[in-house]
Design a protein around this ligand. Structure first.
Ligand SMILES: C[S@@+](CC[C@H](N)C(=O)[O-])C[C@H]1O[C@@H](n2cnc3c(N)ncnc32)[C@H](O)[C@@H]1O
Length: 212
């Protein structure tokens, strides 16, 4: 997103994770599980800490890496996380138990397009983190922001999609369609009168939206 050399410099300054988090990073790399990029997650955690978020909803658990990062960074926060992939969720449960964070993280198994009711039961939320199917970002935002407190924050990952939103030059039609959807979402989000949004060029592009 920024100059590659600079990104590498920043990444090297971020302290390496240890224990279960390091194990998860290794697993994610080995099994091609997409977890949030280091600089992106650091930016998100910093914002959640400044906000002192106590209730957080995550859309897209994968193996539970970002949920655990949030649990460690905000030990008093309750985290609710939604995932539809059974195998990834099983892995997430193992890691969350291993980290001793089972009582801090609640898991909802299902398609986030259909888990509104369960998520609402744990709300309202101080923050919502959207990190699931990119083509559905607008739907997720519209559905779950209903459970956000006034002044609450929505963090959306991958909004710059490896820079493709600016260059729009992928040879792959499926990717081009996805880029168009993210571009449409970004335009919709930036002009949404109910939110103040800034797009940070960290990681894969992180949008921070504050509910008015
Ligand atoms: C990028 S990964 C999440 C990474 C995780 N937030 C992290 O940084 O550790 C996206 C996850 O969202 C899940 N997902 C995609 N669409 C979904 C949907 N409609 N409902 C529930 N989960 C979904 C995928 O199965 C995948 O595991």
């Amino acid at each position: 997103m920024i100059n590659e050399q600079l990104q590498e410099y920043i990444d090297l300054l971020i302290p390496a994770r240890s224990g279960v988090l390091a194990e998860m990073e290794e697993y994610a790399k080995e099994h091609q599980v997409p977890i949030m990029e280091a600089a992106g997650i650091e930016a998100m955690l910093q914002i959640l800490k400044i906000q002192k978020a106590e209730t957080i909803l995550e859309v897209g658990t994968a193996i539970g890496y970002s949920a655990l990062r949030m649990a460690y960074a905000l030990p008093n926060a309750k985290i609710v996380t939604i995932e539809r992939d059974e195998e990834r969720l099983a892995k997430a449960m193992v890691y969350i138990e291993k980290a001793g964070k089972g009582s801090q993280i609640s898991i909802i198994f299902g398609d986030a397009l259909e888990t509104e009711k369960q998520a609402s039961q744990h709300g309202p939320y101080d923050a919502i983190f959207i990190d699931a199917a990119k083509g559905q970002y607008k739907r997720f935002f519209e559905m779950y922001s209903a459970f956000l407190k006034p002044g609450g924050i929505v963090v959306t990952d991958n909004v710059l999609f490896k820079g493709l939103v600016a260059t729009q030059d992928s040879p792959n039609k499926r990717i081009r369609n996805l880029v168009k959807k993210i571009d449409d979402f970004n335009k919709w989000l930036m002009s949404n009168p109910d939110y103040d949004t800034v797009i940070l060029p960290v990681g894969d592009g992180v949008a921070i939206s504050v509910k008015r």
